[in-house]
Each structure stands twice: as C-alpha cells, then as structure tokens.
Design a protein around this ligand. Structure first.
Ligand code: GTS
Length: 211
C-alpha cells in the first residue's frame, strides 16, 4: 500500500492528499509531527521534511511539487495539470506563489515561537510582506473565474485552496477574507469537494523544543 507521511496542519502534505484523492489512488496516511524526536520522516527524506510518499517497494519521493509531478506521471488520469504548455506553466506559477506564501507562514510561525525578546520585528515584517504580496498575486490571477487557471479543476486550485485554509491554522488574524471576496468564494467552492473535506488542516501539538 502506498503510504504518505503527513502532518495535520501541513498545506504541502494536503496538496498531495487532495491529488491522490482526486485520482482515487488508495494510500495509507501516516500522521507525524516532523519536529518531534519520534518522527520517522528523516528515515525517508534526508531533508527531514514531510510530505513523503513511500511506495510499496520502500522507495520514497519528497518535496510536494516533485511528489505531485511523480503522481501525475504515474497516474495521469484524471489530469490535474493542463496539457497546454502555457496553461501548465501558469499553474506551476500559482504553485510557486502559494508555496512561497506557505513558506513565509512557516518562518513566521517559528519566529513567533521564540522568546519575545528574541523575536525580530524586521524578520516578521518581511515574512508578512511575502504573505500579503503572494495573496494579492493569487487574487489577481484567480480573478472572478470558476477555476484559477484554465477551464477545469486542477493543480492551481489545489495550491490556492490549500494556502487559503492554511492561513486559518497558522495566521488566523490575516484579513484576506475581507480583502479578497473572490478568494473567499473560490475557497468555499474548493472546500466543498470531498478531497478537500477529507483533509481539512488542524493544528498539532509539538512536544519538542524546536527553536
Ligand atoms: N518545500 C517543502 C516544504 C515542506 C515542509 O516545510 N514541511 C514541514 C511540515 S509542515 O510545515 O508542512 O507542516 C516540515 O516537515 N518541517 C520539518 C523541518 O523543516 O525540519 C514541500 O513543499 O514539501
């Protein structure tokens, strides 16, 4: 059985969970806290990050964008990436922006875990700018259309939907819902899909000291 090492809040892992569900690929979900000493993630990824997709033969792939590329190559139907080159590149650009917003949220999350006197206001402001700029770009790309890129559900919607719901977990005070009504409507449509409903992100308890 295919196994996916995941974490309850992870937007990167959620992209993979949604893609596998949309393609009706059965898998075992292995939920971990990658910062805890008990994690098995480093056994499958030298970069010690999840998600990690582990095949029946024990081989593993990691880095969510790469995992999604492998899934698309291995199980091409239904396609989640547009066939047309420039639409495909547009979807990949949305993934770059959405992942970048998630990366900034992760850095913000850990900076806020430091003792108050150790937190850098400049560093927090820098990450906040990346979140704001990325969301603005996603709102512009999405516009008022049904799907973020092209004429059907796909990678760009998975990436945009996962970053929006991730903000509720790591950056709940962010005012994106009042700033971008089009993203609110898109998020509601996407979260109604069974693949999204089965993978709603929730915070986790981190027991080890990380920073
Ligand atoms: N670029 C990576 C980022 C993955 C990532 O940052 N994963 C976090 C967990 S979560 O933030 O997604 O919940 C992790 O494993 N962090 C452990 C570490 O950084 O050592 C991807 O897209 O897969």
């Amino acid at each position: 059985m295919l196994r996916l090492i995941s974490a309850t809040p992870s937007p990167y892992a959620r992209k993979v969970r949604i893609a596998l569900a949309e393609k009706a690929i059965p898998f075992e979900l292995v939920t971990e806290v990658p910062w805890d000493s008990t994690t098995r993630t480093p056994q499958h990824n030298p970069l010690e990050k999840l998600p990690v997709l582990i095949f029946e033969d024990g081989s593993s792939v990691y880095e969510s964008r790469y995992i999604l590329e492998v899934i698309e190559a291995r199980w091409p139907v239904p396609p989640l990436v547009p066939a047309e080159t420039w639409e495909r590149l547009a979807a990949r650009k949305v993934e770059v922006i959405a992942d970048g917003v998630c990366d900034a949220c992760v850095l913000l999350f850990w900076e806020r875990h430091r003792a108050p006197e150790q937190q850098s206001a400049e560093w927090i402001a820098r990450q906040r700018r990346k979140v704001d700029g990325g969301l603005r770009a996603l709102a512009e790309i999405a516009g008022g259309r049904e799907w973020v890129v092209g004429e059907r559900f796909g990678l760009a919607d998975i990436c945009t939907g996962t970053v929006l719901r991730y903000l509720d977990v790591r950056f709940p005070e962010h005012p994106w819902r009042s700033q971008y009504p089009n993203l609110v409507a898109l998020s509601a449509r996407l979260e109604a899909r069974p693949s999204f409903a089965a993978s709603v992100p929730v915070p986790q308890v981190i027991t080890d000291k990380v920073v």
